[in-house]
Design a binder for this molecule. Structure first.
Ligand code: GPU
Length: 792
């Protein structure tokens, strides 16, 4: 396809799809027209992959996830179809700029953070590898809320990505499913029959996901809840207009919003309905496809690998048993074994408050047959394992982690450390009973989005140096090793980073009205706001540094911009106070004429995938400072390393593996290990001891508690300070001094450009293992038992 072909296709879609002529087209219209033109190419590849799959009837992967944090799709499609030059040329002919058109697309924010973004990277890697797969999830009408600040406080507004024409989905009316809740269980001919009282339709919307070079494409199928019957005409005719529309509104509620909680479970009935809704619809779809291909039911595990992304779809265990046993007459033990042969479960956290539990009362009310089956599964598991001490229920609650574990043939953690801790803590007893079940699959990120599209300058340099093979074989980045001592390469590497930073500074000035010096060290912490991630450790160090600079402004400080971004769950009060504090500190510091040339603080609103793509290539230092043992893996840490921002971090999650690979000299390590964290917590008054030992920490806490950053409301941060000086569960105070020292080491390294750029380039050259292609190959070999296919 030439640029001229693409231009003609754009004009055709503009006219005949949008009914608009070029003279009246807005940027939005052009974006849709371009999307449709690119989509045509994508659909051709999608059909080719689908027909190869139909011919081969291979084992397919089904990735069930409550979240897919996809971001924008147009650029992904252009890059993977290698249409970038043509798109640039076509748009130039039309007087438009590709970047502006691409950036007109709203993010599909159907996820909260790492867990949802991982699912999106996995979908892209599955397509790149050519592994036949479906992603299954929910088509939320409102994705993750939009964040803004009012007087430094987080304000949440609804996100409405679907209010614009969405070019990337196709509704599939033929595969809709009816999903029921409530009702009762009766018996007929010795079989349990569940008649749910309330019914909704799960309508399927398919988005094609294209892999690198368009070699393969898979489907992301998202379910939307719709009413079984339209609106009530009789009531409408009686003048009861609102009541007539009520059944429809109730049904649609199920796919209305993404729950904005992240690692804190929310025991909401609607949430359980969402989980069952998409899980049940997906399983029926999987069985329908299997039965159409005509296999014997016992062979289901040879044809379907069903991965549960966290416990959100854990009801899949009992539901699949129900579909096989109640609805298809398979013996119960065989149904359990068959379901287990298909299912596997990924755990993403060890924090007890984040492991889902549902009250038995609620479960019995909503899913009465599943509650019975959970008891039967529990008994069957007990019979298999005499003398065991695990139960699926406790204190009137159903434990979804235990159910997912029991019903899975493999259970995986997301980094080596996390997997070890799973074996020792949350699943210790189940691990003893099933010592081969837990495996590790360290997370990864897709290099197409996170290097190739996000960082074109670096990508060009890499390709010029080692060829193009790295894009789908990221460990080839090792070949850069030979260039790490070549001054010309390091100069080019430094130039790419400098230009990325200058671009970012320009964007900041234009969009946020803030000026920063592109020569300053860009020190970046972007992720959900959570106490365990310790944004407050970062801001305490910032305050301490400000005080130090103020006391001695002439000491040759390395200019630094501290950049924060991230959302707090709306109900997480402490996280919102941390946001407020950072914004308050920023206001005072940025206005300080003495210190601001050396130290600025920015909190960018509405962190999302697109902002990450802009910011990561411009970052110098990656903040990964969670309390050891708490961050299951992290994936942002991998994106920064690949883009040449060394980590300042603890031995937590995948940081451990990043450090092993990039080398201890290229990583600013600090803080207690997971084992030391446990020991330290047992020390009485650990926070007070740490404060006494380090006057910088004491000084920073005092400034905050005395209202230095909230002069009109001096006690605003009393709660935050009391937490830190009191229980300090996440050991902010105990790690402060080590963090301070690590920051000074980072500064010293940054002050010597030769040292710094070599360190940064080392991070790029040695992080190739963190591709999600490698992760997916691990799942395929260790868990799914699937192989790639090739499309014609
Ligand atoms: N994670 Br549980 C989320 O993003 N949301 C959650 O609800 C839970 C975990 C994250 C982990 O915190 C992060 O460490 C990990 O890298 C990511 O999942 C993907 O595994």
């Amino acid at each position: 396809m030439t640029a001229a072909d693409l231009r003609d296709a754009i004009l055709r879609h503009l006219a005949y799809e949008l009914g608009t002529d070029p003279g009246h087209a807005t940027l939005h219209d052009w974006r849709i027209a371009l999307s449709l033109a690119v989509r045509d190419r994508l659909v051709d590849r999608w059909f080719a992959a689908n027909s190869a799959t139909r011919a081969a009837q291979p084992k397919r992967v089904y990735y069930l996830s409550m979240e897919f944090l996809i971001g924008r799709l147009l650029e992904d499609a252009i890059v993977n179809l290698r249409l970038e030059d043509q798109a640039r040329g076509a748009l130039a002919d039309l007087g438009l700029e590709l970047d502006a058109v691409v950036q007109n697309e709203p993010d599909a924010a159907l996820g909260n953070g790492g867990l949802g973004r991982l699912a999106a990277c996995f979908m892209e890697s599955l397509a790149t590898i050519g592994c036949p797969a479906f992603g299954y999830g929910i088509r939320y009408e409102n994705g993750l809320f939009r964040q803004s600040f009012q007087d430094g406080r987080q304000v949440e507004e609804p996100e409405d990505w679907l209010s614009q024409f969405h070019a990337w989905e196709f509704e599939r009316r033929d595969v809709a499913q009816e999903i029921r809740f409530g009702g009762e269980v009766t018996e007929k001919d010795g079989r349990a029959v569940w008649t749910g009282a309330e019914a909704v339709i799960a309508a399927a919307f398919d988005t094609p996901i294209i892999g690198w070079k368009g070699r393969w494409a898979n489907t992301l199928r998202l379910w939307s809840a719709q009413p079984l019957h339209g609106f009530d005409l009789a009531r409408f005719n009686r003048g009861e207009y609102a009541a007539a529309a009520e059944p429809e509104a109730t049904a649609r509620t199920i796919s209305r919003v993404l729950y904005p909680d992240d690692t804190t479970g929310q025991g909401k009935e609607l949430r359980l309905k969402q989980e069952y809704f998409f899980t049940a619809a997906s399983l029926r779809d999987i069985l329908r496809r299997f039965e159409e291909e005509g296999g014997a039911l016992a062979d289901l595990p040879k044809k379907a690998a069903i991965q549960l992304n966290d416990t959100h779809p854990a009801i899949a265990g009992p539901e699949l048993v129900r579909l096989l046993h109640d609805e298809r007459g398979m013996a119960l033990d065989e149904a359990i074994a068959t379901a287990r042969g298909c299912l596997s479960y990924t755990n993403h956290t060890l924090m007890p408050e984040a492991l889902e539990r549902w009250s038995e009362d609620l479960m019995t009310r909503l899913l009465p047959r599943h509650m019975q089956l959970i008891e039967r599964i529990d008994e069957a598991h007990a019979a298999e394992m005499p003398g065991r001490r695990v139960t699926l229920r406790e204190h009137g609650e159903v434990k979804m982690g235990e159910i997912a574990f029991t019903m899975a043939h493999k259970v995986n953690g997301v980094s080596a450390l996390h997997t070890d801790l799973m074996k020792e803590t949350v699943f210790a007893e189940l691990h003893r009973l099933h010592p081969d079940r837990i495996v590790n699959e360290t997370n990864g990120v897709t290099p197409r989005r996170w290097v190739l599209s996000a960082n074109p300058r670096l990508s060009r340099l890499i390709t010029e140096t080692i060829g193009e093979g790295w894009v789908d074989d990221l460990e080839q980045l090792e070949k850069l090793e030979a260039s790490l001592s070549d001054p010309a390469f390091l100069d080019a590497y430094a130039k790419a980073k400098r230009e990325n930073k200058a671009d970012f500074a320009d964007w900041l000035a234009a969009e946020q009205g803030v000026r920063v010096d592109p020569e300053a060290l860009f020190d970046v912490q972007i992720k959900r706001i959570h106490e365990y991630k310790r944004q407050h450790l970062n801001i305490l160090e910032t305050v301490a540094l400000w005080r130090e600079i103020k006391a001695n402004p002439g000491a040759g400080w390395v200019p630094r911009v501290k950049i924060f971004a991230g959302k707090a769950a709306p109900g997480y009060v402490f996280a919102k106070e941390i946001i407020h504090l950072i914004n308050d500190v920023a206001e005072v510091l940025n206005a300080d004429p003495v210190t601001s040339p050396y130290l600025k603080v920015l909190f960018l609103p509405n962190y999302n995938v697109s902002l990450a793509e802009r910011l990561i290539p411009a970052a110098d230092l990656s903040e990964q400072i969670s309390t050891a043992g708490k961050e299951a893996s992290g994936t942002g840490n991998m994106k920064f390393a690949l883009n040449g921002a060394p980590t300042i971090g603890t031995l937590d999650g995948a940081n451990v593996e990043i450090r092993e690979r990039v080398g201890a000299r290229n990583f600013f390590l600090f803080g207690m290990t997971a084992a030391e964290v446990e020991a330290r917590r047992a020390v009485p008054d650990h926070a007070k001891l740490a404060i006494q030992a380090d006057p910088r920490l004491g000084g920073a806490l005092k400034a905050i508690s005395q209202g230095a950053f909230s002069p009109k409301d001096r006690h605003r941060y009393r709660g935050v300070v009391a937490n830190l000086t009191g229980q300090d569960y996440f050991l902010v105070c105990s790690d402060f001094t080590a963090y301070w020292d690590a920051q000074r080491r980072a500064e010293a390294a940054y002050a010597d450009p030769d040292v710094w750029h070599r360190m940064a380039a080392c991070n790029t050259a040695r992080s190739g293992w963190f591709s999600s292609d490698r992760t997916i190959r691990g799942y395929m070999g260790d868990i799914w038992g699937t192989v790639p296919l090739v499309a014609e």
